[in-house]
Design a binder for this molecule. Structure first.
Ligand code: SAM
Ligand code: SF4
Length: 362
């Protein structure tokens, strides 16, 4: 029997097991993918949930060393969608039966921004009669802000831990209170206390990151008992401090393959959570999201940001679909999802089963 088969028979993986799985190749790698595919079919089925993605604004007060829209980058134009533009995207998602939306942006904590988001949430709730579920991805905020947004209608929150190793976290962020690992962890705990379905995630293939770090990331997801995970390859951006380490990186194809393995192993470990097939996967491989679906992912975020702003939300290089209208994106996605053997669950919120199971157990 292959060593991988022996590991996959266990109920709980040790860190050594995870490292072995992450390093698998050839037949062993394929065995992992077959197991994760079967696990997905059994526990979450063939449904893929759409989350219409609105990249609301690229203003950001932070300076993460990896991100193209960091405050220190002056090489592009900053924007914020008007209320009308947000509502047009909402209307598109609602009339196309998406069931769910994600509002993402750079991090800002000032009063005007907090109230603006609160107002938009209330408006969306009112206009869609609460039928559209809303996920926020707006970074670290005060507990009061998380509460206000929750009460105004947001249900889920995505906040990637980025890397679960605090030493590595320090190398990827400026050394100040605004970029602090413990604060980020605390924010995740606060979100859960407030009542959100909490999603987190990591980047894969970062400078200085090891297989041991990635195994720890998987253990972090399990120990935090997350409801959703969005993770994908790190992709360099020329106007960021991390770009100087580009020669030390794994080739893009290897980062992509590691990301597929991370998704597959996580599906086997956490059978009923939601896992996103991220845009960064598609950046490296045109079929990247479909490949992610085939090994365990079950969520896709079609971009609904008005095309004129997309060039200015470049977190990394070669981001795809920069010139595609939402409707074109939707048509090509539908075909590709069917080819991957899944169906789009139109009109469903697509809450994480894990969240439901976790909260009804109490
Ligand atoms: N500002 C919020 C935050 O940081 O949580 C939300 C928006 S931020 C742009 C969303 C995610 O983009 C981050 O959590 C990070 O993992 C990802 N990201 C940023 N730069 C990236 C890069 N160069 N490659 C891959 N992902 C990147
Ligand atoms: Fe800002 Fe988020 Fe980019 Fe960090 S990752 S610079 S918080 S947008």
């Amino acid at each position: 029997m292959l060593s991988v088969e022996k590991i996959l028979k266990k109920n709980n993986f040790s860190k050594t097991d995870l490292q072995y799985l992450l390093e698998s190749k050839g037949e062993e790698r394929q065995t992992i993918f077959e197991k994760s595919k079967a696990t997905k079919e059994l526990f979450v089925g063939h449904k893929v949930y759409f989350r219409g993605l609105i990249e609301y604004a690229n203003f950001c007060s932070k300076n993460c060393y990896y991100c193209g829209i960091r405050a220190g980058n002056k090489q592009f134009t900053r924007y914020q969608l008007t209320d009308e533009e947000v509502m047009e995207a909402v209307d598109y998602a609602f009339s196309n039966n998406y069931g769910s939306l994600v509002i993402q942006s750079g991090e800002r904590t000032n009063k005007t921004f907090v109230s603006k988001i609160e107002g938009l949430l209330k408006k969306i709730q009112f206009l869609t009669k609460g039928k559209l579920h809303i996920t926020l991805s707006l970074g670290e905020q005060r507990e009061e802000t998380y509460r206000r947004w929750f009460e105004a209608g947001a249900h889920r929150y995505l906040l990637r831990i980025e890397v679960s190793n605090p030493v590595l976290y320090k190398k990827l962020h400026p050394d100040n209170i605004h970029h602090n690992y413990q604060q980020r962890l605390l924010a995740l705990q606060t979100l859960r206390q407030v009542g959100y379905q909490v999603g987190t995630g990591v980047m894969i293939g970062l400078p200085f990151q090891t297989i041991s770090d990635l195994a720890d990331d998987l253990l972090f997801f399990r120990d935090f008992d997350v409801d959703m995970v969005g993770m994908g390859p790190y992709i360099e951006h020329i106007d960021t401090p991390l770009y100087q380490y580009r020669d030390t990186l794994l080739p893009l194809q290897e980062r992509f393959d590691l990301s597929l393995k991370m998704i597959a192993i996580l599906r086997i470990m956490m059978k009923d959570i939601n896992i996103a097939a991220t845009t960064a996967m598609q950046t490296i491989d045109p079929q990247g999201r479909e490949k992610a679906l085939m090994v365990g992912a079950n969520v896709i975020m079609p971009n609904l940001t008005p095309v004129k702003y997309r060039q200015d939300y470049l977190l990394y290089e070669n981001k795809p679909c920069l010139d595609e209208e939402a409707s074109e994106c939707k048509n090509c996605l539908e075909i590709r999802i069917h080819m991957a053997g899944d169906q789009i669950a139109y009109g469903e919120w697509g809450d994480s089963r894990h969240f439901r199971n976790r909260t009804t157990k109490k």
